[in-house]
Design a protein around this ligand. Sequence first.
Ligand SMILES: *Cc1c(COP(=O)(O)O)cnc(C)c1O
Length: 416
Amino acid sequence: MRNLKKKDLQIYNLIKEERKRRQDGLEMIPSENHTFPEALEPLSSILNDKYAEGYPGKRYYGGNEIIDKIEILCQERAQKVFNVPYVNVQPYSGSPANQSVYFALLNLRDKVMGMDLSAGGHLTHGWKVNFSGKYYNSVSYGVDKGSNRIDYDQVAKIAKKEKPKMIWAGATAYSRIINWKKFKEIADSVDAYLCADIAHIAGLVIAGVHPSPVPYVDVITTTTHKTLRGPRGGLVMVTKKGIKKDPKLPSKINKAIIPGLQGGPHEHQIAGIAVALKEAAKPSFKIYGYQVVKNAKALAETLKKENFSIVTGGTDNHLLLIDLRNKEVTGQEAQDLLDKSGITVNKNAIPFDPNPPFNPSGIRLGTPAITTRGMKEKEMHMIGNWISQTIKERDVRACNRIKKEVKSLCNKFLIP
Ligand SMILES: *Cc1c(COP(=O)(O)O)cnc(C)c1O
């Protein structure tokens, strides 16, 4: 960042400060990660400068013969790692990717069904104040009150009654395997499109530690910056099953993205995603995904020993949701305390949360970023104990003491 340092020391220094914050602390927000450094480099390249509205071979601007090669490489790599026949790599992020699916498959006010935000779903799956709940007729399913897991019989019942045209499977705060096959049976029974949103678990799906939705769903969306470790971005894929159901699906998605929703694609971002996908195809990424899950399970075990209540009793993936009510601390208070100890988490609603969304009863913890740094079960045990002490002792002195210990662990596990 030589030029930046010379011309804008303020921004340069703030980036340096943020880098130090990330190096000295534990990043445990499950949607975050440390991007492959080689996948960040294209973001600051001259690819940023090019307009390439359209698709490879059919652009509205000249001078795109090299850009076309980059976008095609990204498409091919995504098709290969996810095992799908079609992918659109242009969505600016996960939410625009989901928007394009609505725009491609539905008419305004059509009925869509998704997981309730308060049960762990995403805003774009039909939440009232999101476009998906304002411009579409949205109905939701939740989790079972006893087990806090998706109740597939209940999902089937709601689908039968409501007859949605499209169903979302996928979540943002759900720690268990998603049963794609059950969702397929439900979608088939009401002749609905089935879309898997694997924004959180894409890296786990590639690594083979979460079942792939490919054989069961019509469309798949994902982000590229969570467990996948790429630059921020989004992908929309259509499966063989989806193409068989409606051969026009790929062209409908293409048209929904441009001219429907977006203008010029961010080709520097697409190049960075291509680089991340190359990394994700390597055997080392399978080992990474496997360790992410092992770490989450190890963290859950330590926290359970410390009498934390883990929603669903544990985890199958990269995240844990903790119900803090027995600890007599709110999600916000826990988040603030842990920040002081150098552990970054986010407050989160728990299923059937008696408290309002801005002051929920839980926190959400994830292992993707700390696993990227090379941490394993032994470190999870240490981290679980620090989390417990922070919440037990609840004072600045304890937080300062823990922060020093966190920092000394972090010194042994550099961020990329
Ligand atoms: C993060 C997420 C998104 C949205 O991604 P952005 O890049 O933040 O727009 C969509 N769906 C799910 C399930 C997510 O977790």
